[in-house]
Design a binder for this molecule. Structure first.
Ligand SMILES: *[C@@H]1O[C@H](CO)[C@@H](O)[C@H](O)[C@H]1NC(C)=O
Ligand SMILES: *[C@@H]1O[C@H](CO)[C@@H](O)[C@H](O)[C@H]1NC(C)=O
Ligand SMILES: *[C@@H]1O[C@H](CO)[C@@H](O)[C@H](O)[C@H]1NC(C)=O
Ligand SMILES: *[C@@H]1O[C@H](CO)[C@@H](O)[C@H](O)[C@H]1NC(C)=O
Ligand SMILES: *[C@@H]1O[C@H](CO)[C@@H](O)[C@H](O)[C@H]1NC(C)=O
Ligand SMILES: *[C@@H]1O[C@H](CO)[C@@H](O)[C@H](O)[C@H]1NC(C)=O
Ligand SMILES: *[C@@H]1O[C@H](CO)[C@@H](O)[C@H](O)[C@H]1NC(C)=O
Ligand SMILES: *[C@@H]1O[C@H](CO)[C@@H](O)[C@H](O)[C@H]1NC(C)=O
Ligand SMILES: CC(=O)N[C@H]1CO[C@H](CO)[C@@H](O)[C@@H]1O
Length: 328
């Protein structure tokens, strides 16, 4: 073999080797074909820079080459254009059979029911044993929303969920724990039944149509069993929204009242169901009736039937509510 041909074959075998090694080689165009002994080497034939803008994803470095380009990927990325996450989860810290989900900049662990924490390293029993914020699952499989150590049992902010529901709905809960919801009286009872009224607190956060925010905290809170129609104990007000639950007219004091819905009237009003469908107040603890219809119509209809807190922003229509409890 003459020397020139040997060099050409040698160079071409380098090309092939390079091509084999750069498994992410990406052909985008045809370059003039290499002629033996002449233009086989990449430098000779690579007349066009193929590294267009954003050729490589995720900050990968584009390397121009004959007939195209290839990408050198940053850590945790792979694929011809670094478009795919590398298996971050291979050595993840996810504990207790949780599922590792790749993400940017790092993976997250999806916990099985009954576990919580960044790596699902902790047994989850209730919102108030830790400094929890977010959605969790009790061992029973029930979804629960925690907010800085409080258990959220009602949340409204856009009117997308209809709160004009029946007794079974108010006992079982409705809506979605990722959106608007009522958690359910039976869930609330089961989560708090080990505690007395003086061991749990209630916190209500509100925002009015005028964009004024306020809150009410009650130092004592509990709900009774289904057999007692989830009777409310609520006492010890402090806050900025006023004591509308117990502090207005005596006939609207709702401490010690049972729960009423459109189809189950357990209130003290003689000739009316405070939770009647026509009143659009949703299910609630009513005396005869109440100044805190937090499950009432989101949009006023009829005009005097709506979602408000009697001592807050002149009983203006609300746009947001969050009701939470914490026991210890
Ligand atoms: C890419 O680099 C930018 C700027 O340095 C940085 O903000 C971004 O997080 C990086 N993206 C990846 C996937 O590494
Ligand atoms: C790659 O992912 C691991 C977790 O799998 C993470 O600890 C590491 O910081 C990541 N590296 C870069 C450069 O993003
Ligand atoms: C994890 O899964 C294994 C196999 O299914 C099981 O034996 C083990 O008890 C599980 N551990 C936890 C903490 O759930
Ligand atoms: C709860 O979380 C907040 C914010 O992350 C932190 O400042 C506080 O120290 C935590 N409290 C406890 C008891 O862990
Ligand atoms: C209310 O309860 C009824 C009967 O259990 C059910 O069919 C309906 O879907 C529930 N509605 C909501 C909004 O959950
Ligand atoms: C509220 O709790 C305090 C103790 O924290 C107690 O003295 C008071 O009687 C309780 N009120 C009700 C209605 O349970
Ligand atoms: C309240 O805030 C919302 C969104 O921030 C805004 O669209 C609306 O105009 C505000 N309303 C008043 C009465 O200020
Ligand atoms: C509160 O509402 C009533 C009835 O609409 C009105 O007469 C009163 O002026 C309002 N007060 C304030 C402070 O807005
Ligand atoms: C019930 C159970 O297996 N819990 C384990 C969850 O993970 C932590 C951290 O690895 C262990 O310490 C627990 O024993």
């Amino acid at each position: 073999m003459n020397k020139a041909i040997f060099v050409a074959i040698y160079l071409c075998s380098l090309c092939n080797q390079a091509e084999n090694q750069t498994t992410y080689f990406h052909y985008t165009r045809s370059e003039p074909s290499a002629k033996a002994g002449q233009s086989c080497s990449p430098g000779a034939a690579n007349t066009v820079n193929d590294c267009v803008a954003n050729a490589c994803k995720n900050n990968g470095t584009c390397v121009d080459a004959i007939n195209g380009f290839y990408c050198t990927c940053k850590a945790n990325y792979t694929g011809a254009r670094c478009e795919t996450y590398f298996n971050q989860c291979k050595n993840s810290l996810c504990k207790n059979n949780s599922t590792c989900i790749p993400g940017d900049p790092s993976y997250t662990c999806k916990c099985p029911a009954g576990f919580a924490g960044k790596y699902c390293q902790t047994v989850f029993t209730n919102c108030w044993t830790g400094n929890w914020t977010g959605n969790y699952q009790l061992k029973s499989g029930t979804n629960v929303v925690c907010n800085k150590g409080w258990l959220v049992f009602q949340r409204r902010y856009d009117g997308s969920v209809d709160f004009e529901q029946y007794w079974t709905n108010y006992t079982q809960g409705f809506g979605s724990t990722t959106g608007e919801f009522w958690w359910g009286l039976e869930n609330l009872y089961q989560a708090t039944k080990a505690y007395t009224c003086s061991q749990c607190k209630l916190q209500v956060e509100l925002k009015s149509l005028n964009n004024i925010s306020g809150y009410a905290v009650y130092s004592n809170f509990s709900v009774g069993a289904a057999t007692d129609k989830y009777r409310l104990c609520v006492d010890g007000y402090s806050g900025t929204a006023g004591n509308a639950m117990n502090g207005l007219a005596s006939f609207t004091v709702i401490n010690n009242q049972r729960f009423t819905t459109r189809d189950q009237d357990h209130d003290l009003a003689l000739h009316v169901n405070c939770g009647a469908a026509s009143r659009r107040t949703g299910g609630w603890w009513f005396n005869s009736c109440s100044h805190t219809p937090l499950n009432g119509n989101y949009i006023p209809s009829p005009p005097n039937r709506y979602f408000y807190w009697g001592t807050f922003d002149n009983a203006t229509q609300l746009v947001f509510s969050k009701i939470m409890t914490r026991c210890a």
